[in-house]
Design a protein around this ligand. Structure first.
Ligand SMILES: [Zn+2]
Length: 443
């Protein structure tokens, strides 16, 4: 790949200095950003580089989604039979566990392509997935990894270990995780994909199982990815069975750490917050999912010292909409109409890339020298001026729910003027609809 200078749109670099560039340019070579600055200056120093004028719009760094369930894509429009759930355990039993157990290999694969494709179109270039398919365990992570490859996406994958489908299924999940690290190490410079150790949640993991997991991975450098106190019932279960709170239980098994990712953290007490902060464990909050499941809302502004970011929890792939919902829910809960605007901008634009970097070893989230060329071109012609002071307002009220025009991952143009470069998206959707129909009939 030869040196290319991209110019034309307003550029938001997300760097501390000169975050907005008019008449700016990004120089890339071999998938990496070599320089960002004034077009005239970059051209003068690199006269041999090809210049590509992208036209009007806004060029931004790719976004990060810290917690997705790509296997949920084929649930859209499904009407589960039986009585509707009355509480969170019933949501799991009557919807998600029924669905995940019925998934076959092709469903898993196409579901992941759909979710990753929608992520790219939402400007997300790094997705951390949390997978479950208790009817098809062995090879399921390969089917997902292949989907990342087809779409051209980067991220991290894991299988959510749980006792819920019996001991044999638990062991198969453990083997799937062990094998994952042979193919996608926790940290690898040359790999777009890495693996994590996935856990469902405290309530579906016995002490025997947690002990087995901790023993298996005691010398491993990968982080854990787990649901933490999403619903009060999880804490109640833990206190009744183990006489302690969930974060304390996980700490005993060495599951916390700066490369681990807890998700939700809705029902935490002060001791647990201190444990997360003290161990530098990362926390992804998922406002839309929490509201949808009526499990409560994490008062994350009280979680002093915890690294907090945002995930969509499979409710969609659009992380800007997630940020918008987090803002509204936080204001609603605090009864404070001026809370959180800048703070939530920091969660999405600062914390999410930083947490992704700690987990995978890949720096992302800025258009700056030394970063991979993960870029999003939005055909966004704003009715108001764009500046470094108000760019977050344009994300929340202009770019949200917008489809990206073009996207680059590691300098590769994976979406060009709305069309995917590596595969036929419409064919994928035709296939997904057929698979979804059969899946619904099977459940
Ligand atoms: Zn989740």
């Amino acid at each position: 790949m030869s040196k290319t200078i991209f110019t034309g749109p307003i550029i938001f670099t997300n760097a501390k200095e000169n975050p907005i560039l008019n008449s700016g340019a990004v120089l890339i070579d071999d998938g990496e950003i070599l320089a960002v600055g004034k077009l005239s200056e970059i051209q003068r120093i690199n006269p041999d580089a090809t210049v590509e004028n992208l036209g009007d719009g806004l060029l931004t760094p790719g976004l990060v989604n810290l917690h997705h369930h790509l296997y949920s894509s084929l649930a859209r429009g499904w009407n589960p039979s039986g009585n509707p759930p009355e509480n969170f355990p019933e949501v799991l039993e009557r919807i998600w566990w029924k669905l995940d157990k019925a998934l076959q290999m092709e469903d898993i694969h196409y579901s992941a392509i759909v979710g990753l494709g929608e992520s790219i179109r939402s400007g997300v270039t790094a997705v951390i997935d949390h997978h479950a398919s208790y009817g098809t365990i062995t090879g399921s992570l390969d089917a997902i990894a292949e989907a990342y490859q087809i779409v051209g996406q980067k991220g991290s994958i894991c299988f959510e270990l749980s006792d819920r489908a019996g001991f044999n299924a638990f062991d198969s999940g453990l083997n799937e995780t062990i094998n994952a690290f042979k193919k996608w190490p926790g940290i690898s410079k040359n790999n777009r994909l890495s693996a994590m150790i996935g856990l469902h949640a405290s309530m579906t993991l016995s002490d025997d199982s947690l002990g087995k997991i901790a023993d298996t991975f005691k010398d491993h450098d990968a982080g854990y990815h787990f649901h933490l106190a999403e619903d009060k019932s999880d804490q109640d279960n833990c206190r009744a069975k183990y006489k302690m709170r969930i974060t304390e239980r996980f700490a005993e098994y060495g599951i916390l750490g700066d490369r681990s990712l807890a998700v939700h953290g809705v029902h935490l007490d002060e001791t647990e917050v201190k444990l997360l902060a003290g161990s530098a464990t990362n926390l992804a909050i998922c406002a839309r999912s929490n509201q949808n499941n009526a499990v409560g809302f994490p008062e994350w502004w009280k979680y002093a010292g915890v690294n907090i970011g945002l995930g969509t929890d499979g409710i969609g792939s659009d992380i800007i909409s997630e940020a918008k919902s987090t803002l509204y829910a936080s204001r609603h809960v605090r009864k404070s109409p001026n809370f959180g605007f800048g703070e939530i901008g920091e969660l999405l634009l600062e914390s999410n890339p930083e947490i992704f970097g700690k987990i995978t070893g890949h720096r992302v989230g800025r258009l700056a020298t030394g970063y991979p060329a993960d870029m999003v071109l939005w055909r966004y012609n704003s009715p108001t001026p764009i500046s470094s002071e108000n760019i977050w307002g344009h994300y929340l009220y202009g770019l949200y729910n917008h489809q990206a025009d073009s996207v680059w991952v590691n300098g590769e143009n994976v979406l060009s003027e709305g069309q995917f470069s590596r595969f036929d998206y419409n064919e994928t959707l035709v296939k997904a609809r057929i698979l979804a129909q059969k899946l619904w009939e099977r459940i």
